[in-house]
Design a protein. Structure first.
Length: 561
């Protein structure tokens, strides 16, 4: 069991004042784990023998393997001449060698691992009343917005985190601990800017004292009002994308962690998901986190251009190569040297263009329309589609060899209806943005409006949500945005439990909700499919596909049942 890469922090002082709590050793063996409190002063032996203070069920450990000495708040490890040796921070100790440990240090003994921790919850060390996580959630639920929730995880000398928090937090702030060196802070009355400033100040103070810190912040009502949602929001700072984006769903957080691993490589990426889920946002993040971030990032919607224009945009053309080609033009691929190219709706690409794109992917050279000499290119490709490309390949609409080139790795973006935790913070963000554009204060989101937003199936996903918010702010009265202003209709009412014999399958319920939403949009636009698509935040082609899927071969007028 190697811990060669384990980072450690030494104790800043050996004086009694440095000991902010009792030391604890967590032992992990092949048979399980156990936790052992060390004495305030004195020694404890670790080994396989029955008389060991910390007994290891490990045949590779010696009967008296090592000893821990606690003195003046410091912990010293001594190897007792063990047969297989003792390792700390990836280095094997000499027989009877001593080393001073710090919180978080990992000790290898045989095949077992012991980790030194400080018990921050020791009653004698509390500078304030540390609440439990559950009580923290209850207090957050009782606090009226605005307020902030911070999570701070610290690896540092014992007592340092409490010392810094005590100095920087106000008497109105509430602190809870959810583990050694891990704190939750409830700060009433703090705006998003003030909360971010507090988080940065705490982090800077801790880092300046030699600590390793991971911190996150969320604010109500901007990031939601549910305590669990807020805690989850500030628990994943490493997975969030650029400032201003919302990542609250566990699947989306995992997706962005995958983006972090994929982005630095040159592999082709295929983004899959329904219309409006945020494929372009994810493509932008892939480029921003890549080694090509300083280069160009160019986008092209393959469904928005005719075959001739698509080829001209992608590959460029020579002067006179076709009617209207009055001068030479570099193509999108050629002009993106050193950067990334995002080809949206790649499933809509004509067969002839597919063949040329395949050649580009294989040779990394591009031939302008009408040219005789190819040009080498250095670009990273990101593709996106809302189509099932495997099904398109099966029916002969998409080349199988191109599919395998395009699909270096695929990232699937879940629809908004499966990301319930993100609906409220996204709505509040869009509401604030829309109000700012209109030059007015952001209206409060009324409870019935929030319930309506959470119940709506969002067939147009994030794009539809943004459209609804942008439109509704014009209808909202001063101070409140109600469900009526959203204009989503009865399809958004909360679902009732299915009666016996009715479909309870989640997919059927979702499709039924989508169908209601489509019909509602058509009713509002007197059957105009283009306007209905705009209302739903989807393309007209997507709407037509939905109509065919639901067997709605003709538009419904308001006069129809």
């Amino acid at each position: 069991m190697s811990v060669a890469n384990q980072e450690t922090v030494r104790l800043a002082s050996k004086s009694p004042g440095a000991r902010a709590g009792r030391w604890r050793v967590v032992v992990v063996t092949e048979s399980g784990s156990s936790s052992h409190a060390l004495p305030p002063e004195g020694t404890m032996t670790i080994g396989r023998g029955d008389d060991a203070g910390i007994r290891l069920d490990d045949t590779a450990a010696s009967r008296k393997h090592a000893q821990l000495v606690v003195s003046s708040g410091a912990v010293t490890l001594i190897d007792l001449g063990s047969a297989n040796g003792t390792s700390v921070r990836g280095r094997k100790l000499a027989a009877h060698e001593q080393v001073v440990l710090g919180e978080g240090d990992a000790i290898e003994l045989g095949t077992s691992l012991a980790v030194l921790q400080i018990d921050e919850l020791s009653a004698s060390t509390r500078p304030w009343n540390l609440h439990t996580h559950q009580r923290f959630l209850e207090l957050a639920g009782e606090t009226k917005p605005p307020f902030a929730v911070l999570r701070v995880q610290v690896i540092a000398p014992p007592g340092l985190a409490q010392e810094v928090l005590s100095a920087e937090l106000s008497p109105h702030d509430t602190v809870a601990s959810f583990g050694p060196g891990q704190f939750e802070i409830l700060s009433p009355g703090r705006s998003p800017e003030a909360a971010k400033g507090l988080m940065e100040k705490l982090s800077a103070k801790l880092v300046a004292r030699g600590a390793r810190v991971r911190a996150g912040v969320a604010t109500a009502p901007r990031d939601g009002t549910d305590p669990d949602m807020l805690v989850a929001a500030c628990s994943r700072p490493a997975s969030a994308p650029s400032e201003g984006f919302v990542v609250r769903d566990d699947a989306m957080a995992a997706l962005y962690r995958l983006v972090d691993r994929v982005a630095p490589s040159s592999i082709n990426v295929l983004l899959l998901g329904e219309t409006g889920v945020g494929k372009e946002v994810l493509a932008t993040e892939l480029h921003r986190r890549s080694k090509r971030a300083a280069g160009p990032f160019l986008r092209l919607n393959c469904a928005a251009l005719t075959e001739t224009l698509l080829e001209s945009e992608l590959f460029g053309h020579e002067k006179g190569s076709f009617t209207g080609a009055v001068k030479q033009k570099d193509g999108l691929l050629e002009s993106a040297q050193g950067g990334s190219v995002f080809l949206d709706e790649v499933g809509e690409m004509p067969a002839s263009t597919q063949a040329k794109l395949l050649r580009v992917l294989e040779e990394r050279k591009v031939m302008r329309v009408g040219a005789t000499v190819p040009v080498s290119i250095d670009v990273r490709f990101i593709f996106a589609t809302n189509r099932d490309l495997e099904a398109e390949v099966a029916r002969g609409a998409f080349r199988s060899d191109l599919y395998f080139r395009v699909n270096g790795i695929s990232l699937v973006i879940p629809p908004l209806r499966e990301r319930q935790a993100e609906i409220e913070p996204l709505a509040r963000q869009f509401l604030a943005d829309a109000a700012k554009r209109e030059g007015r204060p952001a209206p409060e989101l009324a409870p019935d409006a929030l319930a309506t937003l959470l119940a709506w199936p969002w067939p147009g996903n994030i794009r539809e949500l943004k459209n609804v918010i942008d439109r509704s702010i014009l209808m909202a009265g001063e101070g409140r945005l109600t469900a009526e202003a959203l204009g989503l209709g009865p399809a958004a009412t909360p679902k009732r439990e299915s009666a016996p014999g009715q479909a309870s399958n989640l997919r059927e319920e979702r499709e039924a909700a989508e169908k209601r939403a489509v019909l509602e949009a058509l009713d509002k636009t007197d059957g105009n499919q283009t306007k209905a698509a705009d209302l739903l935040g989807v393309s007209r082609r997507t709407l037509v596909t939905r109509l065919q899927q639901y067997g709605l071969t003709r538009s419904r007028k308001k006069s129809e049942d």
